[in-house]
Design a protein around this ligand. Sequence first.
Ligand code: SF4
Length: 357
Amino acid sequence: MINATFSNPEAIAERIDELRGKLGSRVHILGHHYQDDSVIRHVDLRGDSLELARKVPDISAEHIVFCGVYFMAESAALLAAPGQKVHLPEMTANCIMAQMAPSALVETVLDIVSQGRKVIPLAYVNSSVAVKAVAGKHGGSVCTSANAETMLRWALSQGDAVLFLPDKHLAWNTADILGMPKGDARHMLNIRNGGAELDREAAKKAQLLMWPGCCAIHARFNVRQIRSRKAEIPNLRVIVHPECSPEVVAAADAAGSTSFIVNYVKNAPNGSNIAIGTEVNLVERLGDLHARRLRVIPIVESECSHMDRTRPLQLLQTLEAIADPQNPFGQANVVTLDPAVMADAHLALQRMLDVCR
Ligand code: SF4
């Protein structure tokens, strides 16, 4: 039983396998690319947040266990069938960037900057369901790093300006791809003191209003590190995620979503040297996967501490609770959504799926 296996990784893995066998098709386990290998070995499907969310409607299992962070499990719960349960093995695993945009503050800021004109909110998928609902309610939508360009272009066509949140770097990098002018056309919002310090005049002139959030894990990369890696390794290609700063994106050879990075490495010629600026678990896994023909290294090691909170033990405890709700060794950790926000959040997601069809 679980109490005897707390400190024994192999025993935990064996018990997970045993429970998987027992639960059979009642359980489907999803794992984000940033999860540790010790968790990834147990998942039925791994992918980035968009790939995993897209698969949810095709899953018929009664229980979906999502090894990732809170907003991902919330999105899965939004897309799950009635009666289907979505479980997050570690309930404190939450995206740092998503937490930078509380829905009440988003609503307040949107209200202020919308005075006298139509501002379309565009919520990066790394946001709570409540923030996605604000976007849905006000004619906006959701985007991912893979479709941010398409969605920003769409949002600009729907009103006078776009409020892009919570990632300021993705907003700026995407605006660069679209060739949007800099200067007054782009404005970084000052959201301090509940929106009381907003520069309303500057906001009124801007076409793109950026929420000042970012991912601490991708913000760790800088141009100096890229230069030093390039000096160290001849013919090095540097690939980064667009959550990195615009300076880092400009210094890299290519930038793109997690699936772009995965495919870039897969299609790179034999003998390539590639340095990647994204979460280290994914970089190391890609390095292992292609070790025979390529060298893949991180620009520097940067780990998401919240992704790392889910470990095999938490997965095991969740499976124990699903197999036997009376067991004393774990909580089922079912993610529940506020019914008041579900329709608007769904609308925001549906707009994205329609625009990107
Ligand atoms: Fe959030 Fe960054 Fe962690 Fe991704 S890597 S879950 S964006 S904090």
